[in-house]
Design a protein around this ligand. Structure first.
Ligand code: NAD
Length: 269
């Protein structure tokens, strides 16, 4: 399966979790990949792993809270691989301290709210902006933004994170609308809880179990499940798909709130 042969891709938050799995998957399918992350050492280690498997990969330090660093990472992708065809705009503010105060709009400081919007929403917008500028020069491309099920429906907590992820869905539609005639597609994935390193750090295990209960399938999704969807959206097979949010959530947001209780009522499990 080398359907991304000749393509050049940049992935943000590529050192871990969903971004790491996407970088490895895109490379396996033939794309040259630029791994952008604030954790440069870890991103370099993933790039080395990809190269050891015969893939083409480089890493760059990039904090998506900083406009100049986003532009520099896109520029580096273009100067290293000649162009950018694919952007997986995947990074977000995942700061445990901000998450702790991001309970509701009365508990979060204005500074933490602004920081969430600056990194998660503005950073995603700027990734789109600088990628679009380059993609227009080479006849098009595919952008995949990482939203969240918290952006599809409201969770009980994490208002700022959820609002930023919801706005990413609207941003995706606007980018798709503005640049569709430039042959630039823009879609989003909205993952449910996926077992990545950050999950154990910011979500109590009991809450992870509650989420598992609401998944329609008998398992919790893994980073590879997200990477497969991103690789498909990035490919020519998805050439007629744009402006979509793919709820990559095992059906978590597709049912009534009573689903898990009803399952226990009827099946006892
Ligand atoms: N894991 C889940 O359950 C889940 C669910 C829905 C959405 N998401 C989203 O998926 C994306 C990836 O999350 P993950 O679970 O793979 O996390 P992860 O912790 O496994 O990886 C996150 C990576 O992002 C990097 N990073 C953090 N801040 C950054 C910044 N400002 N600029 C660039 N890189 C930065 C970290 O260094 C790390 O390598 C995020 O947008 C997250 O909101 C995750």
């Amino acid at each position: 399966m080398r359907q991304l042969e000749g393509k050049s891709a940049m992935i943000t938050a590529a050192a871990s979790g969903i971004g790491r799995a996407t970088a490895i998957t895109l490379a396996k399918r033939g794309a040259s990949v630029m791994l952008a992350d604030i954790a440069l050492g870890a991103a370099e280690a993933v790039a080395a792993e990809i190269r050891s498997e015969g893939g083409v990969a480089e890493a760059i330090h990039c904090d998506i809270g900083e406009e100049a660093q986003i532009k520099a990472a896109i520029d580096a992708t273009v100067s290293t691989f000649g162009k950018i065809d694919i952007l997986h705009n995947n990074a977000a503010l995942l700061d445990p301290e901000v998450f702790a105060e991001d309970v509701d709009i009365t508990t979060i400081s204005t500074e933490a709210w602004d920081r969430t919007m600056q990194v998660t929403l503005r950073g995603t917008m700027l990734g789109c902006k600088y990628a679009v500028i380059e993609m227009k020069k080479t006849g098009g491309g595919s952008i995949v933004n990482t939203s969240s099920m918290y952006g599809v429906s409201a969770f009980y907590r994490q208002s700022a994170y959820g609002v930023a992820k919801g706005a990413i869905i609207t941003l995706t539609e606007y980018v798709a609308t503005s640049f569709g005639r430039d042959n630039i597609r823009c879609n989003a994935i909205a993952p449910s809880m996926i077992r990545t390193p950050i999950l154990a750090e910011i979500i109590p295990e009991a809450l992870i179990k509650l989420n598992e209960d609401s998944v329609l399938l008998p398992f919790l999704g893994e980073p590879q499940d997200m990477a497969n969807v991103v690789a498909f959206l990035a490919s020519e097979e998805a050439r007629y798909l744009t402006g979509l949010v793919i709820k990559a959530d095992g059906g978590s947001t597709s049912h009534l709130a009573t689903y898990a209780d009803a399952r226990r009522f009827y099946d006892g499990a």
